[in-house]
Write a protein that binds this ligand. Structure first.
Ligand code: PLP
Length: 365
């Protein structure tokens, strides 16, 4: 079976973790600080603040913006539940803009249509590892005095206009087990705003500026040195992992180029895609469950990210803070999307297996 994702940690990781165990400092300490410095370098930002997971990174980002009840965040409905849950956790109201069909990310024109006098934040999601169209989003935000919180959970190292994402305001990254970089569970907030970074460091540590000097009601959002030790060796070889993902994405595009009705993902000009997922749209009318079964029978793992719009569940329906409007592009993509293995563990031979399985499943449908 070619899995949709794998976790492969080497002896170098085991060695770093052992060092932490032997050091006697296993909670937040010098290894977290080293991770923050290295991650700030990767994303080319001034500040990186480590937290215990990616959802927390988004919640904390919204919390330091001091939102009030009724303040609105505009985001995409085609994302993981964490994006929506973070907004609700921070006490804000959410409105959904539609997505574009070339990048599956939030459509700047649709954002404009959702703005009200209560809008405070725009929250694009760099879905599958490709940046949302940030130039027009930044322009809308600047002209209306809005903050930007990037959901960069899937986009470590992705670039827009030549620079890495994560520097448009505040950005939340995830290091969950299946993300491109992992600490098992972990998160990071990046920003070029020193005041907000300072506030985030205090917020994550019970509101303390120094020991027992409380300046706000805070939380325990801290990451551990044990977890940070897992990711440091991965950072050192991340460029190689990205090269492998790019090679695999190019290989799939080449092999699947002539499959009738299948829509392939594109890397848009000026944006470096980090291929967290390689997501196709199945031909119109395909029975997706049967398609997945055919791939599984051929030894090809796949994933549906995401089968429904994020708000399309009973738990959100009665919440007045979840304001639902029509998003036809997002609805279409959710109904037809399917992700194929693209990670660094996928070999050239695997690409042939994946491509012929997809081709045969399209023909058999
Ligand atoms: C993974 C993910 C998150 C949440 O990260 P966790 O570390 O799992 O809390 C948020 N948004 C998106 C788009 C994600 O893929």
């Amino acid at each position: 079976m070619i899995p949709i994702s794998t976790v492969r940690l080497g002896d170098d990781v085991a060695e770093r973790v052992l060092e932490v165990i032997r050091s006697g400092i296993i909670a937040q300490g010098p290894v977290v600080a080293e991770f923050e410095r290295e991650f700030a370098t990767l994303q080319q930002v001034e500040h990186a603040v480590a937290v215990n997971n990616g959802t927390t990174a988004l919640v904390a980002s919204l919390e330091v913006l001091d939102l009030e009840e009724g303040d609105e965040v505009v985001t995409t409905p085609f994302t993981f539940a964490a994006t929506l849950n973070a907004i609700l956790e921070a006490g804000a109201t959410v409105r959904f803009a539609d997505i574009r069909l070339d990048d599956y990310c939030i459509d700047p024109e649709s954002i404009s249509a959702r703005l009200t006098d209560r809008t405070r934040v725009v929250m694009p999601v760099h879905l599958y590892g490709q940046a949302a169209d940030m130039a027009p989003i930044a322009q809308i935000a600047a002209s209306r005095g809005l903050s930007i919180v990037e959901d960069a959970a899937q986009a470590h190292g992705a670039t827009y206009g030549g620079a890495p994402v994560g520097g448009f305001g505040l950005a939340g990254f995830s290091f969950y087990a299946t993300k491109n970089l992992t600490t098992g569970e972990g998160g990071m907030i990046t920003t070029n705003d020193g005041e907000l970074a300072d506030k985030l460091r205090i917020l994550r540590n019970q509101g303390m500026r120094a020991r027992y000097e409380y300046v706000m009601a805070g939380h325990n959002y801290r990451l551990t040195d044990l977890a940070a030790a897992v990711v440091l060796p991965q950072l050192a070889t991340y460029a190689d992992q990205l090269a492998a993902r790019r090679r695999n994405a190019a290989g799939l595009i080449e092999r699947l180029g002539e499959v009738d009705g299948l829509v392939l993902p594109q890397e848009l000009p000026g944006r470096e895609h980090v291929w967290h997922q390689f997501t196709v749209l199945l031909p119109d009318g395909t029975d997706r469950a049967a398609f997945v079964d055919r791939l599984t029978a051929a030894g090809v793992g796949s994933g549906i990210y995401y089968p429904r719009l994020v708000h399309d569940y009973g738990v959100y329906r009665k919440d007045p803070r979840v304001v639902i409007e029509e998003t036809p592009n997002a609805a279409l993509v959710a109904s037809r999307c399917l992700s194929l293995p693209v990670h660094a563990g996928v070999t050239e031979a695997d690409l042939d297996v994946i491509a012929s399985a997809v081709r045969e499943a399209v023909e058999a449908r």
